[in-house]
Design a protein around this ligand. Structure first.
Ligand SMILES: Nc1ncnc2c1ncn2[C@@H]1O[C@H](COP(=O)(O)OP(=O)(O)OP(=O)(O)O)[C@@H](O)[C@H]1O
Length: 257
């Protein structure tokens, strides 16, 4: 199953992605893909060493596409680089059993819309390969803009989760994501409400999401343990008794049911 996690900046996409990946990897093979420019997924898994994103692997980009990253406009390079071996060779094993693997995509400094440069061609090909070919769980931590998924890749995403927090800004972003997701053919959308402090906030967000015609598949409370885990550089999965972890475990069950 392929799950893309999106939403406005700072709503908790990475916390949800990392924790869901940990929970699902207890039963399934999981590829966690960091496609968010902030590249925080590794630290939400408790991996503190710096990781070089694929977008910055100059030698690899040159070897596979035949061109230097950032090469000048008009340079000829391969549009269909060979990438089938890369998901395994470039991923970082999170656990000793190899059930949870992490891939950090990185970002391309775009010169304009729809940048076609060697690095972006390689990343897109890699994403397509992972999403279309792998039958494991894929958890894709994304930025709010989802156009770069591309229509063909989007069709292979089974579920897109939009994370919202109680407040109109993240709901407005959810509305925009819903429209884009419809445009590129994402088959199923659902919302998770994060950072909920009380019933009033939960009711507010639930009502707004309903008005958008979206389903809520879970609510995560605002929880000091999430902040503690973040400060200590631990994954939230290290705090299985925390209210936030338990709520995400329920969301995982919901997804699997
Ligand atoms: N349920 C929660 N309770 C308390 N704090 C939370 C909760 N969820 C997330 N946070 C905190 O909010 C901040 C943003 O979370 P996170 O990095 O997961 O969001 P994001 O949407 O991935 O952000 P970005 O868009 O910047 O990548 C972090 O400091 C995190 O610890």
């Amino acid at each position: 199953m392929k799950i893309a996690i999106t939403g406005k900046g700072g709503v908790g996409k990475t916390t949800l992605s990392g924790t869901l990946a940990c929970i699902l990897s207890q039963r399934y093979k999981v590829f966690a893909i960091d496609a968010d420019p902030d590249m925080n997924l590794a630290s939400s898994l408790g991996i503190m060493e710096p990781i070089s994103p694929i977008s910055k692997m100059k030698d690899l980009i040159k070897e596979r596409t035949g061109a230097e990253p950032g090469s000048s406009f008009g340079e000829v390079f391969k549009m269909n680089p060979k990438i089938s071996d890369l998901p395994e060779s470039l991923s970082i094993n999170y656990d000793s059993e190899g059930n949870l693997k992490l891939l950090v995509m990185g970002t391309i400094d775009k010169g304009g819309e729809g940048c076609i440069c060697p690095a972006s061609v390689l990343l897109k090909a890699l994403m397509r390969n992972l999403i279309l070919k792998k039958d494991e769980f894929i958890i894709l931590d994304m930025e709010a803009g989802i156009e770069h998924l591309g229509r063909k890749t989007a069709e292979a995403v089974d579920l897109m989760i939009i994370v919202v927090e109680p407040g109109l800004k993240s709901i407005e972003t959810a509305a925009r994501i819903k429209k884009l997701a419809g445009d590129i053919g994402i088959p199923k959308l659902a919302c998770v409400i994060n950072k909920v402090s009380n019933k009033m906030e939960e009711n507010f967000a639930t009502q707004k999401i309903k008005e958008l015609g979206l389903e809520v598949i879970g609510t995560i409370p605002r929880d000091e343990e999430v902040i503690r885990a973040d400060m200590e550089g631990h994954p939230l999965a290290k705090y299985p008794d925390s209210a936030a972890f338990k709520s995400i475990a329920k969301i995982a069950e919901n997804i699997l049911s």
